[in-house]
Design a binder for this molecule. Structure first.
Ligand SMILES: Cc1ncc(C[n+]2csc(CCOP(=O)(O)OP(=O)(O)O)c2C)c(N)n1
Ligand SMILES: [Mg+2]
Length: 573
């Protein structure tokens, strides 16, 4: 068995069903091995970066290993962005890349990245963007290295790993004589019962004293499949729930205990629930920049912070926790609810100021003047029409704030913003991997026109491999987010506008469906057709530039935020 045949067989055995990569001499053997695989669906992307994002998309909600691959040197270097996403957004991803022959080390052969004699050092670069990067030097180690890498990807807080396969190990005659199936055996991280009891006592005391509690759920809770346990906890103990953007929909957002999204582009009802709370129970989130109003000073002053996270390094990173529980979210919430059950009787219904996504007024309807679509209304329509079980991905930019704010998720639907590494195109392309992992779920990307332009050529991959993703382009011919930032920071804007092609015509030229719309009715008709067609589709939605997404730099609200920034400006004079 040749080296890549062994790797593919090993991956088949741990349930991998797809691999995303780019072509190349050093990936050639892997391409052939994948061609013969009956369990793994290979997807050759136009750009290896897209393949790395697809591996992230594949792992995002499947809890299966995302696999991407590339040839040595330049192909391999195109994988870094996806690995950085997997690192910061906790996806189990394996990257496999070629490596020039170990026999020629230091001679500067084609694609050499040994770091010797002024060649780039891929070991250092992969080490910097993964949990661990392996260099396979002895073909007899193939199964051991693969097993260690795959297990490490899932261990604790999941993340990326990488294996270099040198060219000399792929040569004819080089055989894996000692093939064995690999074992994926990663124990779930369970909560310490003593800690659970201690935290349950704090929560029980708060409930008994009628001190308001709020639960704040993030992507870790979604990843862990904690939705039903979170719902049980909040319903039984009448705890209002707020979420990060990525925690949206952990419990259907129409649930009477849901107070909306907490963060700088979130809902005032969520700020209210947070402000009033004496105890904050953070479940599976890391209290990152946008979820904390730029690490707002004193955010937790006067509050008790209980932080549940799978990784000890996430706890106390931004705010010291009064009580910490290192655990996978689902067993942690289940254990907390069980422990509380023994301590607390009937609980009076909580009064929650609920977010109404549909009725929320879009105050100044500039579309009457511009004749184009209001991005808030576009987001509302996407939310209303997203089918059951649908996944909506935003990319990086202002469009993400519109979507996070105005889309109301139902049971079983998901939303994911561009994550903490936050590359443009991460989700424009990651969506293909997501759709491959979940063919039964509708996958929609709401993306900016800048993000689409950076990476939209993977539409050709979607057409070739029949991966029916729907891209809705928020077409404003500008990098809106950067424009807003320039206005805030420099009081002027520059170099942020551009001209778009007719994306619908482009889509049709690629063999996909394409729609160009400049009214809400036109959009809804196109979206209905795209949802029904089962083919890759691009909807080029012309939106007005004259609308600004909802944003507050303060957890106390927009006005307080304005006052705070004015004060800061005066202080700096
Ligand atoms: C690869 C990469 N380059 C640059 C950025 C910085 N960036 C973040 S959002 C953004 C603008 C995106 O523009 P567009 O897709 O049109 O979205 P809009 O803000 O207009 O909704 C830029 C340039 C980034 N996140 N990633
Ligand atoms: Mg734009």
């Amino acid at each position: 068995m040749r080296v890549y045949e062994a790797i593919v067989k090993g991956l088949e055995g741990v349930g991998v069903t797809a691999a995303f990569g780019g072509a190349g001499e050093n990936a050639a053997g892997l391409m052939i091995a994948l061609k013969h695989s009956e369990r793994i669906r290979p997807v050759i992307a136009r750009h290896e970066q897209a393949a790395s994002f697809m591996a992230c998309g594949y792992a995002m909600y499947s809890n299966r290993l995302g696999v991407c691959f590339a040839t040595a040197g330049p192909g391999a270097f195109n994988l870094f962005s996806g690995l950085a996403v997997a690192m910061s957004d906790s996806y189990p991803v394996l990257a496999i890349s070629g490596y020039s022959s170990l026999h020629w080390r230091g001679r500067g052969s084609l694609n050499e990245t040994s770091g010797v004699n002024r060649t780039p050092d891929s070991q250092a670069m992969f080490a910097a963007t993964t949990k661990k990067s392996f260099l396979l030097t002895d073909i007899a180690d193939t199964c051991d290295v693969l097993e260690e890498a795959v297990n490490l990807a899932f261990e604790g807080r999941p993340g990326p790993v990488h294996i270099h396969v040198p060219e000399n190990l792929t040569e004819r005659g080089m055989e894996v004589e000692n093939y064995r199936d690999i074992r994926l055996d990663v124990p779930r991280i369970l909560p310490d019962p003593a800690r659970v009891d201690e935290i349950a006592t704090v929560l029980a005391d708060a409930i008994m004293n009628r001190d308001p509690i709020v639960a704040l759920a993030g992507f870790g809770a979604i990843r862990s499949g904690a939705g039903d346990q979170v719902k049980r906890l909040i319903e039984r103990f009448q705890i209002p729930l707020i979420t990060t953007l990525d925690g949206k929909g952990i419990v259907p957002e129409a649930h009477p205990l849901c107070a909306g999204v907490f963060g700088d582009s979130g809902h005032s009802s969520a700020w209210k629930a947070f402000r009033e709370a004496k105890v904050v129970l953070c479940i599976g989130n890391a209290l990152n920049q946008h979820a904390t109003f730029n690490y707002h000073d004193g955010l937790f002053d006067g509050k008790v912070l209980i932080h549940v996270n799978i990784s000890p390094t996430e706890i106390g990173k931004a705010y010291p926790a009064d009580y910490a529980l290192v655990s996978d979210a689902r067993p942690a919430v289940a254990a907390l609810a069980d422990a509380l059950e023994t301590k607390v009787g009937e609980v009076a219904p909580a009064q929650v100021h609920h977010q109404d996504y549909e009725a929320r007024p879009i105050k100044l309807d500039v579309t009457r003047l511009t004749g184009l679509i209001h991005p808030g209304r576009l987001a509302q329509s996407i939310g209303k029409m997203l089918p059951p079980g649908g996944v909506l991905l935003a990319d990086a930019g202002a469009h993400l704030a519109w979507l996070g704010y105005y889309v109301e998720l139902e049971e079983g639907q998901n939303f994911r913003k561009a994550g903490e590494f936050g590359p443009m195109a991460g989700h424009v392309n990651g969506a293909l991997g997501l759709k491959v992992a979940h063919p039964e779920r509708t996958v929609v990307v709401g993306c900016g026109d800048g993000c689409y332009s950076l990476s939209g050529f993977e539409l050709m991959t979607a057409v070739q491999y029949q991966i029916p993703v729907i891209w809705v382009i928020f077409d404003d011919e500008e990098f809106k987010l950067i424009k807003l930032y320039q206005l805030e920071a420099y009081h002027e804007t520059g170099l942020v506008e551009f001209t778009n092609p007719d994306f619908a015509a482009y889509a049709r030229a690629c063999g996909a469906d394409g729609y160009r719309v400049d009214t809400l009715e036109g959009f809804e008709e196109a979206f209905r057709a795209a949802l029904a067609s089962g083919r890759p589709a691009v909807i080029d939605a012309k939106i007005t530039r004259w609308a600004v997404p909802h944003y507050s730099p303060s957890p106390d609200g927009v006005i307080a935020g304005l006052v705070e920034s004015l004060e800061a400006r005066f202080r700096s004079r």
